[in-house]
Design a protein around this ligand. Sequence first.
Ligand SMILES: Nc1ncnc2c1ncn2[C@@H]1O[C@H](COP(=O)(O)OP(=O)(O)OP(=O)(O)O)[C@@H](O)[C@H]1O
Length: 387
Amino acid sequence: MIRFEHVTKRYADGTTAVDDLSFEVAEGELITLVGPSGCGKTTTMKMVNRLIEPTSGRILLDGEDIAGVDPVELRRRIGYVIQQVGLFPHKTVLENTATVPHLLGWQRKKARDRAAELLDLVGLDPAVHGSRYPHQLSGGQRQRVGVARALAADPPVLLMDEPFGAVDPVVRERLQNEFLRLQSQVRKTVLFVTHDIEEAVRLGDRIAVYGNGRIEQFDAPATVLGAPATPYVADFVGADRGLKRLSVTPIEEGDLEQPPVVRLDDTAATAAAALAADGARWAVVLGDAGRLHGWVSAEALTGGGTVRDRARRMDAWLPVGASLKQAFSTMLQHDAGWIAVLDGAATDRFVGVLTPARLHEALRRSIDADARGAARGDVDLESIPGS
Ligand SMILES: Nc1ncnc2c1ncn2[C@@H]1O[C@H](COP(=O)(O)OP(=O)(O)OP(=O)(O)O)[C@@H](O)[C@H]1O
């Protein structure tokens, strides 16, 4: 979709902002460009919509060299969101959002309908916020209008330059989540500039880590965190990269422990025998249609009756595919020594439990797998140095 071929940008004063850059972005991919101030991220971005012209090299959009495309026509295909949103202060939110359709000559009603639809999409109620002026909105709401406006003409490509940089961390996280939800619906090809590695990791399908004018590593977030390509990248992503990695590493079935499983309608005696056979101190309890009900301890199973009378409910559970960070956080939130993991499909089938030890193993296995380019399930923990 977007292809850089040996692109260099040298400014008139001799500064080389971008040095022989080559990379390719697939349709519908969200790429975060991350790196310290002045490393060439914004220059890279602005060359895509021709706000800046490269000194040498080519940029192709859908196979077409953009040097030959009229910049105005080009920018219609490319939404642009910047930190200082740049809303027109004397126009309402609805009018701001309808700017591009209006410029494209859409009928007034069609443009306004489209604007209202987009405001709704970014989480603003057009009936409430549409008639307000930008100064009557919070910083986070203004950013949402900026995103809505950039999407108004339905461009296939979005360029976003630190769009959430000016809002506080809590609002920022909310905007990031909303943006991910939005992106799952609209599937634009996105270049997203940030200097925040956390943001880059959360949002990017892949991350381009910039050094001085060059990309030091261009990989999936888990790979950048688990197997930094150079000492520079390792330093940039930080000493706590193992911790950051928790948020991009999903729970897999192979990570889970299989404790004994009993049913609500089993007698306490049968259940106690199952635990004893396994040498286990507790078992997972399943209810109707194999759904997770909770757990029961060996001590609670003395005497008669059924498991139903003895079982405790279990709220600490997650689906397969949830992140290890969510798992850790759920354990802390419920003060639980383990969490149940379900298959995540409508059936909510119980597939196993994740314990802190298994979580740690999963993390180490995934780091090692990335370093070797192997699948996580194929990594034998014994083979990792220090195991
Ligand atoms: N018009 C210009 N003339 C000369 N040098 C420039 C110009 N614009 C940018 N530069 C320089 O080019 C380099 C890259 O700038 P760029 O804005 O692309 O960096 P950046 O990674 O986006 O930084 P930031 O995160 O601070 O926005 C910097 O050294 C900058 O000072």
